[in-house]
Ligand binder design. Structure first.
Ligand code: ADP
Ligand code: ZN
Length: 731
């Protein structure tokens, strides 16, 4: 095998991967002064200048006298071979063209620009012409800083003055104004700043994880533990070990709304906050994070799945918190599962992975069972907290009176908590006011014009919303079908409607509603969560958002309005999802010194999944679930890929689907089978008809190369689109 040189002298032929949708690496000549393998460069492409990365030696397989030169090498650390290898392998796995992979790794606008500057302020050596209270406060703050500097905004805020006071002092030279680069390193995290005294279980878990990190080699550990058992405390110890080694760490969280609380915990443990990376981070800050991650000026990053593609200088640990969470699967663009990609990246760069969850995915459970992952279990909650007492409310025997969704048994339980000044949570996994709007005259249901989906009424937004494409329209007064007036009625409960009903049942209770679409900003959600945590609400009404790891110390009752909801439908993962969600939600109750209770309203208390949730007998549940999946030959005991074809023309999609199904030679040769085409679960989205094929293969099959060979002869003309989803979430 030819070794790739790591440096190219001026004029040498190099291959540059660009972010443009081309199917090959392009040849260029190294610029004056040469360039490193992995260097970020600007290259000419037709009349344009585009971003690229030096990917290796050039091919030189055509008239090389025509090869153009790189325009300039950008001022950014070259991409490490480890990240180049990761992008290549992740692209191969997800069947994603390399330019799209590179785009994932270059999401920092202006990453090669010269450092931008900002003004900073420190104490000068002249005295002001006259003193005011405000001026005194500014000088006091600067004296307290002991020679350190602050930005204009920080200084004004700390002194409680307007920025013009600071500027006035700067004009006189009392305060010195200086230029400083904006992209500054993050404050140093101190691994021994303040550790908690760990319990015996936690100590041994922490020691095992620390030892794993100390190997500086790849390994994955499933850290399983009931909610509140201290998983976070324990993996922060592994982070501490990693930082002590001088390596960087990454913690992935499934939900942006969780980061604020987590940053506070990191601050308490390490004496400073880490870098953040997710869609809520400003453009300038993203650039800073990207650069500092590359230079080593950020030791710890807390972020969403996209932070896996950051240019770490020396990544030693990746934690995937709530590893079972479905939001780790990216569902558009590049279809990847951040949990699996974390394992891939770690195996390339010699890092440890910790998968933390109270309710691991069957995939991780099976990998631990097979010995591929190490497993650590924390079985009891920290301190006096015990797992909540779980019971079913059999809705067949309840007389619903004065309420359509909250049974008398649940009402009494809520009232008891309110009387005791404790908090109760009512959970329903449905956003909006009502899932269906129906005309009582003709039976017409209002649907989306562009999708095969019903419009969901949102009273908070005062509109009907399509949860598939996001289209909204006002709620009409007349039926769009039969023109009857005032006959449109809301059917079924959503979180807003449940809140309305709860308020009328408990008029004196202070209500808080937690649903991702109610606030529109991570900051508003954070504020609402803080209100609840500090006791500013008595009754919480929430969707899935509340299930994800918040600490509500006063909460002692969780009422699940419809435990059967997730069990409908034909998705093979339905049982797993329901089991995880119900356990997760129930885990919110009784975290501190008061015992909790979880009540689940169900019409089928004898259903095996409901029984497993109630008994808490996980081993049995997983064993049964694993048995069914094994028999069906589906993940994690077989391999699946989904092919989604879409077009505005329904005939066109089915024609292509049928042609694919007929010409399945490359699949059959590796023992894979194709099913379909069939209309996708939502057969029309945004005006495009969607058809699905499912490919099933035994474990160990070289599925990707077979798929690539299979689809290669089919050219996508006009409106036709094809997306290949390896390891689809639902099947
Ligand atoms: P998990 O991540 O498993 O849900 P956490 O790490 O969030 O659990 O712990 C639950 C709560 O208990 C947190 O408030 C945490 O600070 C506290 N806690 C856990 N272990 C300890 C400990 N050893 N000492 C003090 N507090 C602890
Ligand atoms: Zn729609």
């Amino acid at each position: 095998m030819a070794l790739t040189p790591s440096y190219f002298d001026e004029g040498m032929l190099i291959g540059v991967l660009t972010t443009q949708p081309l199917d090959r690496v392009l040849d260029y000549r190294a610029p004056e002064g040469g360039c490193h393998l992995g260097a970020f460069v600007e290259v000419p492409l037709g009349p344009r200048k585009v971003l690229g990365v030096v990917w290796g030696a050039g091919q030189g397989d055509y008239d090389i006298s025509k090869v153009r030169s790189v325009i300039r090498v950008l001022d950014a650390a070259p991409m490490r071979e480890e990240l180049m290898a990761f992008l290549t392998r992740a692209g191969d796995y997800t069947l994603t063209p390399m330019p799209a992979m590179l785009r994932l790794a270059t999401r920092a606008p202006g990453l090669g620009d010269p450092p931008s500057m900002r003004k900073i302020y420190r104490l000068g050596d002249t005295t002001p012409d006259r003193m005011t209270d405000a001026r005194t406060r500014v000088l006091d703050v600067l004296r307290d800083m002991g020679g350190l500097s602050l930005t204009l905004k920080e200084l004004a805020e700390a002194a409680g003055v307007t920025t013009s006071v600071v500027k006035g002092l700067a004009k006189q030279g009392v305060v010195r104004e200086e230029d400083s680069p904006r992209d500054t390193p993050f404050p140093t995290l101190d691994p021994s700043y303040s550790g908690k005294a760990l319990t015996e279980d936690q100590t041994s878990a922490s020691a095992t994880l620390r030892a794993a990190v100390a190997t500086r080699a790849y390994g994955t550990t499933l850290l399983k533990g009931v909610t509140g058992s201290g998983k976070t405390e324990v993996y922060l110890e592994a982070v501490a070990e990693c930082l002590s080694q001088g390596r960087q760490a990454l913690v992935l969280l499934p939900e942006i709304a969780l980061t604020a609380e987590f940053l506070t915990r990191v601050d308490a443990r390490f004496g400073a906050k880490p870098a953040e990376w997710h869609s809520g981070v400003t453009i300038t800050e993203r650039r800073r994070v990207w650069k500092m991650v590359a230079q080593g000026g950020a030791q710890l990053v807390v972020g969403a799945r996209s932070s896996l593609f950051l240019p770490f200088r020396d990544l030693g640990l990746i934690v995937v918190d709530e590893e079972h969470d479905t939001s780790y699967k990216q569902e558009d663009g590049v279809l990847y599962n951040a949990r699996d990609m974390a394992v891939l990246r770690a195996s390339i760069c010699g890092a440890q992975v910790i998968l933390a969850s109270a309710t691991p995915s069957l995939e991780s459970w099976a990998n631990a069972d097979a010995g591929k992952y190490a497993k650590i279990e924390l079985t009891s909650r920290f301190g006096a907290a015990v797992m909540p007492d779980m019971r079913a409310i059999d809705m067949r025997t309840e007389q619903l009176a004065g309420s359509s969704w909250i049974s008398p048994t649940l009402q009494r339980a809520v009232q008891k908590r309110l009387d005791n000044k404790e908090q109760a949570l009512l959970f329903i996994n449905r956003r909006g006011y009502a899932p269906v709007t129906i005309c009582r005259a003709c039976g017409h249901q209002i649907g989306c014009d562009h999708c095969d989906a019903r419009m969901v009424e949102h009273r908070f937004l005062k509109r009907l919303v399509c949860h598939q494409c996001g289209e909204t329209k006002p709620l009409p007064n007349v039926c769009p079908h039969c023109a009857a007036e005032d006959k449109l009625a809301a059917v079924g409960p959503g979180v807003e409607r449940l809140a309305e009903e709860a308020q009328s049942l408990f008029p004196d209770a202070r209500l808080a509603v937690l649903s991702s679409d109610m606030f529109g900003s991570a900051r508003a959600i954070k504020a609402e969560i803080e209100t609840i945590a500090s006791g500013g609400a008595d009754l919480i009404i929430g969707t899935q958002l509340v299930a994800k790891g918040h600490n509500f110390p006063l909460l002692t009752l969780v009422g699940v309005i419809d435990a059967d909801l997730g069990l409908q439908g034909s998705d093979l993962r339905a049982a797993e999802r329901t089991f995880q969600l119900m356990r997760q939600v129930s885990g919110r109750a009784g975290r501190a010194d008061k015992p909790g209770q979880a009540l689940m309203q169900t019409y089928q208390p004898e259903h095996p999944v409901i029984r497993a949730i109630l008994s808490g007998d996980e081993q049995d549940f997983w064993a049964a679930e694993a048995g069914e999946r094994r028999a069906a030959g589906v993940p994690p005991y077989g391999r699946l890929a989904g092919i989604i074809l879409s077009s505005t023309d329904v005939q066109e999609v089915f024609d292509l689907g049928n042609a694919l199904a007929r010409n399945d030679g490359p699949l059959r040769r590796v023992g894979a089978q194709v099913f379909g085409p069939a209309p996708a679960p939502i057969a029309r989205v945004r005006g495009r008809h969607r058809v699905r094929l499912l490919v099933k293969a035994p474990k160990g099959t070289a599925l990707q190369s077979a798929l690539a060979e299979w689809v290669a002869p089919f050219r996508l003309k006009g409106e036709l689109r094809m997306a290949i989803d390896i390891d689809p979430q639902s099947f």
